[in-house]
Design a protein around this ligand. Structure first.
Ligand SMILES: NC(=O)c1ccc[n+]([C@@H]2O[C@H](COP(=O)([O-])OP(=O)(O)OC[C@H]3O[C@@H](n4cnc5c(N)ncnc54)[C@H](O)[C@@H]3O)[C@@H](O)[C@H]2O)c1
Ligand SMILES: O=c1ccn([C@@H]2O[C@H](COP(=O)(O)OP(=O)(O)O[C@H]3O[C@H](CO)[C@@H](O)[C@H](O)[C@H]3O)[C@@H](O)[C@H]2O)c(=O)[nH]1
Length: 444
């Protein structure tokens, strides 16, 4: 089939590349000229494992192309995907200006029947709005379908090529048949295409993200309680995760969820509830707990150093909001670094992928190490903010020579307590006892 994908961010790029991989002719459109120039020169602007191989193959074989010109991009397309940003507006609602601008531009360009697909995460009622905006400028027949995307950054190709399910919101049989044909190579037995109406599809996306954010937040609260009662949240995770009704995944306690989706989507769903005069209490708690959780280690750090951080040096391992991505949007590391700087501390950071993005945020206010070990040189403590595999089995002998004190604040529970006990580290983590705790006298 001939497809157009409008917006070449995370979702657009993965959607375009993966549909080219299944044999479709895909043209991706973006208004960002520099991005399109990079893509035309085979430079992929995001770090996503496995994407480069697919990208290069499909560009080589002529199935994947890029342009800044919407008219050129959508010419002869049978399906047009909108993979545009929906950032939070001032009141927390999803801002639809990018989607509706493209909807307005599309109308005069339509020459044949086409299916316009909302791939972005959009509030209930958006498909109707898009339908309305396009039809203001055309008499051409078209359908608008809601097809929310469930990919995770860092596992995006795998998630797209082998989806747990594909959700399609449409009441048009013609559009349904086209979407069926398009997704047929991707869905396997037991992983169905689920058809529903547009509003339900839009709501399904928010329900999924809000549920997962709630699951994590619930475990974070259990962790906080564990610290008070002297229990171990990792044991509790194993204890409850083996119950198939609960499931093993997304039960990892830590310094909160971040990224470009959970924070914004929980907020947007809460705003939708408010618009309909519904008091969604669970969501309000989830947002409040996550805000607290992100910087919950700061008081521990302050207490450890007798209340004074001025002049102290901290090494930070991990900056991305999670491993296998260079994305730092809403990453807990950023907020923690900001507070440490405000307190007068010095910060040296290391992340395998996200250093350039963080440099754009903090500039010369912090130091950037070339390796995880270089970050430790003369540091008073190590903070772990992202659980990159690289950090799981470090050379502790080497670390001992570099760190000023054997102290780790681990926001992602990367190490076993017994191991830390044995090698003599003072080790703070989330929802578990502090190992080899030292009491430091307050600074007078
Ligand atoms: N990032 C994810 O993991 C993920 C996963 C599932 C769903 N989503 C949702 O998908 C949507 C897109 O997310 P993203 O992370 O890919 O966004 P993004 O911000 O990374 O990329 C959006 C792209 O759209 C382009 N754009 C803006 N206006 C345009 C226009 N008029 N014409 C053409 N291009 C235009 C931008 O230049 C940018 O390249 C959002 O609604 C998001 O919530 C994201
Ligand atoms: O047990 C867990 C699992 C995740 N997280 C945190 O949760 C955040 C989000 O992680 P993840 O869901 O893996 O990343 P995203 O790429 O943001 O993906 C989410 O958001 C996307 C955009 O909507 C959806 O498509 C995906 O299905 C949904 O998982 C990260 O900060 C993780 O550190 C935890 O703290 N504990």
């Amino acid at each position: 089939m001939k497809l157009a994908v409008v917006g070449t961010g995370y979702v657009g790029l993965v959607t375009g590349t993966c549909f080219a991989e299944t044999g479709n002719q895909v043209i991706c459109v973006d208004i960002d000229e520099r991005k399109v120039e990079k893509l035309n020169n085979r430079i992929i602007p995001i770090y996503e494992p496995g994407l480069d191989v697919l990208f290069n193959r499909n560009v080589d074989e002529g199935r994947l192309r890029f342009t800044t010109n919407l008219a050129e991009g959508i010419k002869d397309a049978e399906v047009i995907f909108l993979a545009l940003p929906t950032p939070p507006g001032e009141d927390g609602s999803a801002d639809l200006k990018y989607i509706l601008k493209v909807a307005d531009d599309l109308g005069p360009l339509l020459e044949n029947y086409v299916v316009v697909v909302d791939k972005s995460t959009v509030p209930v009622g958006t498909a109707e709005l898009v339908q309305d905006h396009i039809s203001r400028n055309t008499d051409q027949e078209f359908d608008v379908v809601s097809n929310p995307e469930f990919l995770r950054e860092g596992a995006a190709v795998e998630d797209f090529m082998k989806p747990d399910r594909v959700v399609i919101g449409t009441r048009s049989e013609r559009a349904q048949a086209m979407m069926n044909k398009l997704y047929a190579p991707l869905v396997r037995q037991g992983n169905p295409i689920i058809f529903m109406d547009e509003r339900s599809a839009e709501m399904t996306k928010y329900a999924a993200n809000a549920f997962l954010a709630t699951k994590i937040t619930f475990m974070n609260e259990i962790a906080n309680l564990c610290e008070l009662v002297g229990a171990n949240v990792d044991d509790i995770r194993r204890g409850i995760g083996t119950d198939s009704r609960i499931g093993k995944r997304f039960l990892f306690a830590g310094i909160g969820y971040g990224g470009s989706c959970f924070p914004k989507d929980v907020q947007a769903l809460a705003k939708t509830a408010k618009d309909y005069q519904y008091d969604f209490k669970v969501l309000k708690s989830v947002m409040a707990v996550n805000n607290y959780q992100k910087t919950k280690m700061i008081p521990m750090i302050k207490e450890h150093f007798g209340g004074e951080l001025r002049g102290k040096c901290f090494a930070v391992w991990g900056l991305a909001f999670k491993p296998y991505t260079d994305d730092i949007r809403e990453a807990p590391a950023l907020e923690n670094i900001r507070i440490l700087l405000e307190e007068g501390a010095k910060v040296t950071v290391y992340d395998p992928e996200a250093m350039d993005n963080v440099r754009n945020v903090f500039g010369n206010a912090i130091h950037y190490a070339h390796t995880q070990y270089a970050a430790l040189d003369d540091a008073d403590a190590l903070l772990i903010m992202t659980e990159w595999p690289l950090f799981r089995t470090p050379d502790f002998d080497k670390m001992n020579l570099l760190l000023k004190n054997k102290v780790i604040f681990d926001g992602r529970n990367v190490y076993e307590l017994d191991q830390m006990r044995e090698i003599g580290y003072t080790y703070y983590s989330v929802g578990r006892e502090t190992v080899n705790a030292v009491v430091t006298a307050p600074v007078s």
